[in-house]
Every structure is written in C-alpha cells, then in structure tokens.
Write a protein that binds this ligand. Structure first.
Ligand code: F6R
Length: 612
C-alpha cells in the first residue's frame, strides 16, 4: 500500500528511484510518479498505471537530477488517475511531496485553505497537507523544516511524507507517524524507502524512523529531530537481508517461489530455538515474560487476514497445551471497541509486515491499558516489532507476493514453539507429549518438502476446477482456520468467490449452496475430529457436491469419498496445519495462473495495509 522512495547524493537519482519503485510494486498500487530536483527547480512526472508505463511515457524528458522522490499510490482519496497520482506540487510549484497514509482532518484544512484563496488540482488529502505546509512557510517566513513541524502538529491521521524544495537543492525533508520509513546511510549519500528493498544493493546500514520524528536528509548529513525540534541520535542498524531474497530466483512468480521456500523458512524459524534432543525451546524475546504468560488470565491474539488465521490455529494450540483462555481478535474491531483489558492480559500481535495500521493501533490501545505485548512479526525493525515488549521474529525472509504464504507457516511454527514452551513451564503438558511434539515440529520442513513434490498433481486439479464460480472450504478443529486460509488464498489470487466454514456449521446454512457445480474442499487430515469430518463429506456427497480433500497419506476411506485428493504425510494434529495449508496455497496459485491473473499483485490488494 503506497510505496515511497527517495535519494540524495552524487548518483543520478532517477534510475535509483525507478528501480526502488519496482521493488515496492509488491505493496500494491494504481499510479506512480517521481519528482526530480536538479538545482533549477523541481520537475514532476506522474501517471496512472504501472511504473513501467511511467517510464515509457517520459522517455526523452530531462531526467537528470541528484535528488529525487518517487511514489506508488494505492488510492484512498480520489480515483486512480494522473492528477491524483503523487508527487503533488504546492500552489507556488516550489514544493513537491509524496505521502503514504491518510490525513483524517483534511476536509477542515482544505476549507481553511479555500477561504484563503487556494485552489486544488487533485482530490487528495496529500495536496491539502502540502499547501497547508506551504501556507505556514510563506506566512511565517520560516524554513520548510519548521513549516512541516508546525503543520504536523495540526494533522490528525497517519503519514510518511517526503518533500523536496526548489529553494533547497540537495535536501529531502521526511516525517513519519504510523506508516513505515527507512533511511539508508551510504557514503556521501542517503536513500529513503517504505522498506529496505529499494536500497539493498547500495547500503546495509539503515535507520528506522519512529513516529513523530522528522528527518532532514542531505547527501552527507542526516539530522533526526522530534516534533519538539530536539535533535535525536539516529540509531544505525545493519540489515541482515541479501539481494537474492527479494528476487524471483528462476520461479515464474514470487508466490510460487515463496510457497517452495517453506521447507527452508520453517527450518530457519526453528533453527537455534528448538532442540529436540535436549528437549529445549529457546526464545529470548519470550523468556523474560514467561512467568507472566504462565499466570495470564487470558491471551488475546490480535491480527488481520492471514495472520488472524494463524492466531485462530494458535488459539486451539494454546488452549489445548497451556490451558489458558485465548481470544482471537480482528485488530480493526478490537481497536474501536473499548476493549476490556486487565493487567494480567497478554496480547500476541501477529503480523508479517509489522506495519498493519489496525494491528499497530490495537496493540498501542492494549499497551496503554497495561497489557504485555508480544509481537510475532516477520519484518525486522518494523513498527509492530518495535512497539512490542517482547516476542519472536518469524525469520521467513522478505515476502513479496501479495498473498501471504511462507509467513503463515512461519507464524504457526513460532506460535507452536511459544505454546510448547509455556506449557512446559506451566506443567500443563506431559513430558512425553512435549518431547513428541518437539520431534513432530522438527520434522515439518522435510514433510513440507514432501507435499511440494506433489505440486504437479495439484496443477492438474487447478485446470479441472478453474471455471467453478464458487468454492466452499470446510474443516474442523485445527483445520478449520486452515479452511478459512485456503478460501482466502483462492479469492485473492483467482477472484473466484470462496467461503471457509467450520465443517459441522455448514449444515446451518451454506449446505443450501451445494449442487453438482460446487467444489467443496475438505481439510480432512487424520485427527481427533476425523470421523466427524468424514460424516460431513458424506453429507456433501449425498447432495452431489464435488469433494476435493486434503487427506493424510493412506486414508483410503476419505479418498473413496472424494472426487479428488491432495495428500500430506502423517503428522500430529497440532503441527498438521503447517502441512495441510500447503496444497491449498498451491491450488489457489495454479488456479490463479490458469485464469491468467496477476498472482503476485492481485487487483485492489496491498501487501502492507498501512491505512485503517
Ligand atoms: C492475505 C494477506 C493479508 C494479510 C493482512 C495482515 O494473503 O496477505 O490478509 O495477512 O493484511 O497483514 P500483516 O500480516 O502484514 O499484518
């Protein structure tokens, strides 16, 4: 969702910015633009559509500059169009600005500016903020930095903004609240980005800008201040990502690459933490809070989308192993509900990006009420990671495909380890079961690799079912959230309507949809509820629905009731979701490809949802 890039230094800015914008394409966008500052003024080029279309449209223009900013826009205020694309220029034409976020009180600011005679060229909240800044700068005859600081004190909402000024040729002013901003520190140059991907080949030294901070960025100087104009010391961190991690590496799509990376990503997630021989789980970010978790009245999992599904699986696991009451909340509902939080509550925030606006605000709400916040986050140094008291990174590496795959299985691996660790300390799991589950977890990477070997079969199923209008996904227990996740993947990638449901609950409504045209995907692996799920399969069969099922190897009974099957190896039900979700990821992927959809960047979706 909206990507920002900036550069100031001795190199040509335009190629760096365009390449950076392409790296941020995965975030989802509908228009793009750049502002180039060449000492003779600021030139803005922008266009609805993809970055490549902008490049084509401006061939032959004067693109020479050593300072520039670039943006991919995901429309909020005003339709996707050339005029609503960023950067916006101020009334005088001297300032250009890009913005990621939403200015909630833009209507009020806009009417004040209209009363002062301002006219607007776009429908955006960004142009309003920019002119508001210019108005302050002109009226107070102050620096741009000062004007930005004053303006931001009036702003309600979330933002990262980057500004260039025709009167200050080598400087970029940046500020953030609620949306991500990373500054790359080079030798005599600086890079800015929504994440580190635009700067990876130039520098590994980065500064994560915090909320309510403002940066004055010049080629050889980075000044960081708070909105009270006090100087702060930038904390420079070393990135631990290689360029190869954000490239396709021979796969047709990032999504496929990321599905196939799962044996490695789950292994990376377990490595150094799980020791099945010694019977230990080492999680330094949890250790300190272990006592409080053991004594917690309840655990509240807060997340959105796929991460929310990981929270649902974890609810079953924590309740089973730790005997602690768990609730799983949509962050967007939780934050506005005036939730009841007591001191002993433990919040687990689950997020791939670590930047999801609703999750971030939800945990801040809970933190203010005294809860302990543990983050299960993929992106190192992200806002949610920093806002949490403790937690654990998922170490799945950069996830570029918009539909989350490897982050989900890594979240499950981390949450399962957390639950096991707490259960062991609490004594709510027997030693034998604990040791058995450690071994089961350790075998997961190999078993995922086994499932992936059957991808060709799933590709043929995708061809067979790709023209269905609707799909129903059913599961019970640990596999109910997996059914939800399978349905979400399919609708995101193929645009086929798909609904996930608890298998038994299906009788209370969705069964009305069943006829010979409806594929019903059962997540029917061998577990405590297996016989019940088999009965549900029979109910669908009796109504001529087409049963496609994910089953455990050797389960002839379920196979005989199914039109088609996808197989996973035998595994304990607690760890099985990390396996049973994989065929569903592949099915969604291959159906999306068969329908010629843009699987890495599905329409309307954003990778990192930084607006509420
Ligand atoms: C689905 C998907 C989304 C995200 C959701 C939360 O494939 O990717 O549903 O899971 O937007 O994002 P994070 O995990 O970054 O907080």
């Amino acid at each position: 969702m909206c990507g920002i890039v900036g550069y100031t230094g001795p190199r040509e800015a335009y190629p760096i910015i365009i390449k950076g914008l392409k790296r941020l394409e995965y975030r989802g966008y509908d228009s793009t633009g750049v502002a180039l500052q060449n000492g003779k003024g600021v030139k803005v080029y922008k266009k609805k559509g993809k970055v490549a279309e902008l490049e084509d449209a401006i061939v032959g223009k004067d693109l020479h500059a050593h300072v520039g900013i670039g943006h991919t826009r995901w429309a909020t205020h005003g339709e996707p169009s050339d005029r609503n694309a960023h950067p916006h220029q101020s009334s005088s034409g001297k300032l250009a600005m890009i913005h990621n976020g939403i200015i909630e009180n833009y209507a009020q600011l806009k009417s004040e500016l209209i009363n002062k005679g301002y006219q607007f060229r776009s429908d955006t909240d960004t142009e309003v903020l920019l002119n508001f800044i210019e108005e302050i700068k002109t009226n107070n005859n102050c620096s741009l930095e000062e004007a930005v600081r004053v303006a931001l004190k009036r702003v309600v909402g979330a933002y990262v903004i980057l500004l260039v000024d025709a009167d200050d040729p080598d400087t970029i002013i940046a500020a953030r609240k609620g949306s991500p901003l990373v500054i790359g520190v080079g030798k005599g140059e600086h890079f800015l980005g929504s994440d580190a991907s635009p700067m990876l080949e130039y520098t590994k030294e980065v500064v994560y800008v915090n909320d309510y901070e403002l940066a004055i960025v010049k080629p050889d100087e980075l000044i960081l201040k708070n909105l009270g104009n006090e100087k702060l010391t930038p904390y420079v961190q070393k990135l631990d990502i290689e360029l190869a991690a954000i490239e396709k590496g021979g796969y047709e799509h990032f999504m496929l690459k990321e599905i196939f990376e799962q044996p490695q990503t789950i292994y990376d997630c377990l490595r150094g933490r799980l020791d099945a021989v010694a019977g230990t789980i080492t999680m330094s970010g949890i250790q300190q809070y272990a006592d409080q978790i053991v004594k917690a009245n309840r655990i509240v999992m807060i997340a959105c989308g796929t991460s929310w599904h990981a929270g649902l699986v974890a609810e079953y696991i924590f309740e089973e192993l730790c005997r602690i009451n768990v609730e799983v909340e949509y962050a967007s509902e939780f934050r506005y509900r005036n939730p009841v939080i007591s001191k002993g509550d433990v919040i687990i925030a689950i997020s791939q990006s670590g930047e999801t606006a609703d999750t971030l605000v939800a945990i801040e709400t809970a933190k203010a009420k005294g809860a302990i916040i543990l983050g299960v986050v993929n992106v190192v140094g992200s806002s949610i990671a920093r806002a949490s008291h403790g937690g654990a990174y998922t170490h799945a590496g950069p996830e570029i495909g918009v539909a989350s795959t490897k982050a989900f299985t890594a979240q499950l691996a981390v949450l399962t380890m957390m639950a096991l660790k707490i259960a062991y300390i609490k004594g709510s799991v027997s030693h034998d079961r604990y040791m058995h589950l450690l071994n089961e977890l350790q075998e997961i990477p190999e078993k995922v690799a086994w499932v992936l070997k059957h991808s060709d079969h799933i590709r043929t199923l995708a061809e067979k079912y790709k023209d269905a209008r609707d799909f129903l996904y059913l599961g019970r227990g640990y596999n109910f959230p997996v059914a939800l996740e399978g349905a979400l993947k399919l609708k995101e990638i193929s645009y086929i309507h798909a609904e996930g449901y608890p298998a038994a609950e299906m009788k209370h409504g969705p069964i009305a949809l069943v006829d010979e045209t409806l594929p019903v995907v059962f997540v029917a692996t061998r577990d405590t509820y297996h016989e019940k799920v088999v009965s549900n399969m029979q109910e669908i069969k009796a109504r001529k629905g087409q049963v496609i099922s994910v089953i455990t190897e050797g389960d002839d009974m379920s196979a005989s009731l199914s039109n088609d099957i996808m197989i996973i190896p035998e595994a304990d039900e607690i760890v099985a979701p990390m396996l049973s979700v994989v065929p569903l990821q592949l099915l969604a992927y291959y159906i999306g490809v068969a329908k010629e959809q843009d699987v890495d960047k599905p329409r309307n979706l954003a990778k990192s949802v930084t607006v509420e």
